[in-house]
Design a binder for this molecule. Structure first.
Ligand code: PLP
Length: 428
């Protein structure tokens, strides 16, 4: 089982807390444009936004002042950024290295891979086809450009994941860089990250390990001190805040790899250009939210302890929802009781984190998206495109429907989805 440091037992959030949680988000039950009622199961494409995060961002966006000036507005901005960095460090669970922001998760991953590719001695790069193109494509591109081989571990439809044993089999002592996805945005399976990093380091101790944590970060613990990797990246818009912001933790080894930076700054400085204080303020609002959720589950006074308690409670709720989706609830059949459904990955809840993808015989995934939309349910089709083509090819699928849940979703919403599925299945 490839979960976090604690085993997550499926457990719904108390109903009253869940309704308080929902009140903290924009557009929970209706489409922002049509205002029609809507169940939002497209969290893998971007989460709902916390009201407090958006308000904090808007407040900062209106301030024209810049850092490093001798005035109160400038000092305020610096304080906001410093608090944001401290909150990011707490969120990552990082006691070493540094946290930085960038244009997107993809851009940060490309930048790290490019820096390693341009400075590491000859030797291959290793990825897996479970990955998003953010790491899968960039490792290939930079391996090609620097005359290296790129080895890609394959996955299959039954497991829907990759394991430490897969990495152990593929790694060679001269592998210079390995990419790992913490949770797949398509299969929803969470990998054993510390196990994979250990399998890599046993054979190639100096290999740089870059982790795409974009699907995990909003749905489970982030504990970079425990993983032994060199970089961990997530995107703010999947984590209740703004679009087009990536955050990364960079470990002490990667920090020193030569990279583009202003010449007057330290060799360990990775950020390019002025920082937007609004993104830090909005992430602090996200961490305040975790802190508040966590305070319902622990009496620990430490902010990090409450962040972890919140992450575990959110993960437990999502696991319970995924359980309802897969197994149904008494009279309502779940996905496994529907003989037209082909599930991606195992039916077991062990390593699932908020996402279930499946095919329905007799309907393409894009058609299903439209049919669910007619019933007020937003889901997404994964098709043979730039994002999912390489994953679907390994799974042997043309397309699949992705249902991506979040901790603010309710058991009633899952039941409505299953009722709609029953209805659609009966019409085939
Ligand atoms: C797992 C994963 N990695 C990377 C990305 C790309 O993130 P961004 O849009 O911030 O570049 C996504 C976005 O869908 C994702 O789900």
């Amino acid at each position: 089982m490839a979960t976090n440091s604690t085993v997550i037992v499926p457990m719904l959030l108390p109903a009253r807390l869940l309704s308080e949680i929902r009140a903290r988000f924009h557009h929970v039950g209706t489409c922002p444009i049509t205002k029609a009622p809507r169940i939002f199961f497209e969290n893998g494409g971007g989460s709902l936004k916390l009201r407090a995060a958006i308000a904090a961002s808007a407040e900062l966006a209106a301030i024209p002042d810049q850092e490093q000036r001798d005035n109160d507005a400038s000092r305020y901005i610096t304080a906001v950024i410093n608090r944001g960095r401290e909150d990011l460090r707490l969120f990552f669970g990082a006691s070493t290295g540094q946290v930085i922001s960038g244009e997107t998760g993809t851009e940060l991953i490309y930048r790290f891979i490019r820096a390693v590719a341009l400075s590491a001695p000859a030797g291959p790069f290793l990825s897996s086809s479970l990955e998003h193109p953010a790491s899968f494509d960039s490792a290939k591109l930079w391996a090609d450009r620097t005359g290296r081989t790129r080895i890609a571990i394959k996955l299959d439809i039954h497991s829907g994941t990759v394991t430490p044993a897969d990495y152990a089999q593929a790694i060679t002592p001269d592998t210079r860089l390995a990419t790992v996805i913490h949770t797949s945005q398509l299969t929803g399976l969470h990998v054993d990250l510390p196990g994979i990093v250990a399998a890599i380091r046993r054979v190639a101790p100096d290999c740089y390990v870059i982790v795409d944590g974009i699907q995990n970060a909003p749905h489970g613990r982030v504990e970079v001190d425990r993983y032994g990797a060199d970089a961990y990246v997530f995107s703010a818009y999947k984590a209740y805040s703004r679009l087009a912001i990536g955050f990364a933790w960079i470990g002490p080894r990667l920090e020193r790899v030569p990279h583009e930076h202003m010449q007057g700054k330290s060799d360990k400085y990775w950020e390019l250009g002025s920082r937007d204080p609004g993104i830090y303020a909005s992430h602090s609002a996200v961490v305040d939210y975790f802190d508040w959720v966590g305070s319902h589950f622990t009496t620990d006074a430490g902010r990090r302890a409450r962040i972890l308690a919140a992450a575990d409670a959110m993960a437990a709720h999502e696991k319970a929802l995924v359980g309802l989706l897969i197994d149904g609830n008494g009279p309502r059949p779940g996905l496994v009781q529907n003989n037209k459904v082909t599930l991606v990955g195992p039916a077991s809840l062990d390593d699932r984190q908020g996402i279930v993808s499946f095919g329905l015989a007799g309907r393409s995934a894009p058609d299903l998206v439209r049919e669910f939309a007619q019933r007020g349910i937003r889901v997404h089709a994964r098709i043979d495109d730039a994002y999912s083509g390489h994953i679907l090819a390994d799974l042997g699928l043309k397309d699949c429907l992705r249902v991506s849940l979040c901790h603010y979703n309710t058991p009633e919403e899952v039941d409505a989805f299953l009722a709609a599925l029953q209805d659609i299945s009966a019409s085939i």
